[in-house]
Ligand binder design. Structure first.
Ligand code: SAM
Length: 195
């Protein structure tokens, strides 16, 4: 990943475009902000850090779980060949899709559904970004990660989670590094927290 390109795109992306009008004035704050349905757009510094850890490449096929506002999706799509993104709340997905289409992205596939199961039809993925807090790392996501791939995922109870970087070696061995403590909304679903 070209770090300078990430920085340049990150700075050029108007976060206020991804949030509703009543809180647009708060877009410049380095804080999570509400996007409706009890969900949040993550704080910019954390989006940047998670993207840096994921290290998408120009030829990467990525899977994102938790489309939310579409802000992180835009960054992944800019840095990757193709992005598959899954969101469980249809209304959020519809808004995110409209925004990303307005930005002229043509390398994103959208799905409304339970991302704790991944998106097996298009696996394996070189990169997997999970932007909601998993109870445990879903085996389904690990099995959909390509050899040589990287996954970034917050894991732990609702109040505080470990941000984990999971890598799969070319021979299929899994390595897990805890990077920092974070706080995300829950990953719901079959392999997440109960609805
Ligand atoms: N990355 C997003 C952004 O830039 O706006 C923020 C994501 S928000 C912190 C987490 C999102 O994960 C929410 O929109 C929530 O609905 C979604 N989510 C939670 N569980 C999910 C699941 N099982 N499948 C798909 N999306 C899920």
């Amino acid at each position: 990943m070209d770090q300078q390109e990430l920085e340049a795109y990150f700075c050029s992306l108007d976060r206020s475009f991804f949030i509703d009008s009543d809180i647009k004035k708060c877009a410049a704050l380095d804080r999570p902000l509400p996007i409706g349905f009890g969900q949040t757009i993550s704080q910019p510094s954390l989006v940047r850090e998670m993207t840096r850890l994921l290290a998408p490449e120009k030829d990467s096929k990525g899977l994102e779980i938790g489309t939310g506002s579409g802000f992180q999706t835009a960054i992944l799509a800019k840095m990757s060949a193709k992005v598959f993104t899954v969101e469980r709340i249809e209304e959020l997905m519809e808004k995110a899709k409209k925004r990303l289409e307005a930005l002229k992205f043509s390398n994103i596939c959208f799905k409304v559904g339970d991302g704790s199961k991944g998106w097996p039809e298009y696996a394996p993925y070189d990169r997997i970004m999970v932007t909601a807090a998993a109870r445990v790392v879903p085996d389904e996501l690990v099995s959909q990660l390509a050899a040589g791939g990287r996954m970034v995922i917050p894991v732990g109870p609702p109040d505080l989670q470990e941000l984990q970087l999971i890598t799969k070696t070319d021979d299929g061995a899994i390595h897990t590094n805890t990077v920092e403590m974070v706080r995300f909304v829950e990953l719901k679903g079959q392999y997440g927290w109960t609805e």
